[in-house]
Design a protein. Structure first.
Length: 322
């Protein structure tokens, strides 16, 4: 443990802190009275997401790529750095893998040196196209290691391996949440994720594009609920390492989501079907029993409420219903 006596304020590093999820996490940590160092290379993150925090004296912003070592003094590390949308992580798949693997090595090395607690933002994608439903933490997954999504899926799986090996070999204090689909304000409008896709298309009056017949299922967690879970996980005792599923267990089909977005946005958009991409999971739903028992947490924001808030965010960005 660190033995600082000159300050009791937690110094927290958030990699990928200018991204969708990271910016909300930085806000929450500042609200808790932490000193926050936000690190981002702006590949998918944006300064606009954290511009309102720049005047806070406890907030610091640094441009940095986690594939290179970082030399700072911190008490906690949230390692969120990695493009999470297929359109972004498939743009440069080699760099995506490097971000997950080399980034994990560099952040774990930092945590080892400064004796910091470190959280790795893993993903439900470690389960691949699952043969177990709902997904439980003990399920090892069904992943194509050479497919188009492998740079992300296998990168996250390897990062988990590194975290648990650093924990066993060096005693690094780790937390590994597996994050399921998350949505809310500050999502990138062109990231190709289903919620932002549908909302942008609906507000522009464009056809809502569904891949396949729309029967594939997903579960969507509102960003504020997810951030609450991350902070709770970081605050647990050292023997609570994860992996731990974090997400909303309410499951619905992609077609149902499209119809809900059309209704809530007041759009006249029609649904248009396109071929299903390779390795696209047919089912995705978290079993969150572990999070409920270990964190006393479960999502509280109804999907309809979260979608209204998110639609409002995109509408404020001058997207109009056609």
């Amino acid at each position: 443990m660190n033995t600082r006596t000159y300050s009791t304020r937690r110094r927290v590093l958030v990699t990928g802190g200018a991204g969708f999820l990271g910016s909300h996490l930085c806000e929450r940590l500042l609200e808790q009275g932490c000193d926050v160092l936000c690190v981002d290379n702006y590949f998918t993150g944006a300064k606009d997401n954290i511009a309102h925090l720049l005047g806070n004296p406890r907030f610091e912003l640094q441009r940095h790529d986690v594939t290179y070592p970082l030399h700072v003094e911190v008490d906690e590390i949230y390692n969120l750095a990695c493009p999470a949308a297929p359109i972004h992580y498939q743009y440069d798949p080699v760099q995506t893998t490097k971000t997950s693997v080399n980034g994990a090595i560099n952040m774990l090395g930092l945590a080892k040196r400064v004796k910091a607690k470190i959280l790795q933002a893993s993903s439900s994608e470690v389960y691949g196209d699952p043969e177990v439903h709902p997904q439980v933490e003990g399920y090892w997954g069904h992943v194509n290691p050479i497919g188009l999504r492998a740079c992300y899926d296998e990168g996250k799986r390897c990062a988990e391996t590194l975290f648990f090996d650093y924990h066993r070999q060096y005693g690094v204090r780790i937390k590994v949440p597996r994050i399921f689909n998350t949505y809310g304000s500050r999502m990138h409008p062109n990231d190709g994720r289903v919620v932002s896709n549908f909302i942008v298309q609906a507000l522009k009056g464009e056809p809502i594009t569904i891949y396949g017949d729309g029967s594939q299922t997903r579960s969507f967690c509102y960003v504020e609920d997810l951030v609450d879970a991350l902070v709770r996980l970081m605050a647990t005792e050292d023997d609570v390492t994860g992996p731990m599923n974090l997400g909303n267990p309410r499951e619905l089909t992609i077609l149902e989501l499209a119809e809900m977005v059309i209704k809530l946005s007041g759009s006249k958009s029609k649904i248009e079907r396109r071929p299903l991409p390779s390795d696209d999971p047919q089912q995705r739903r978290p079993d969150i029993a572990l999070a409920k028992s270990a964190l006393q947490w479960e999502p509280v924001t109804p999907l309809e409420v979260g979608l209204r808030n998110t639609i409002g965010y995109f509408r404020d960005r001058n997207l109009r219903v056609g």
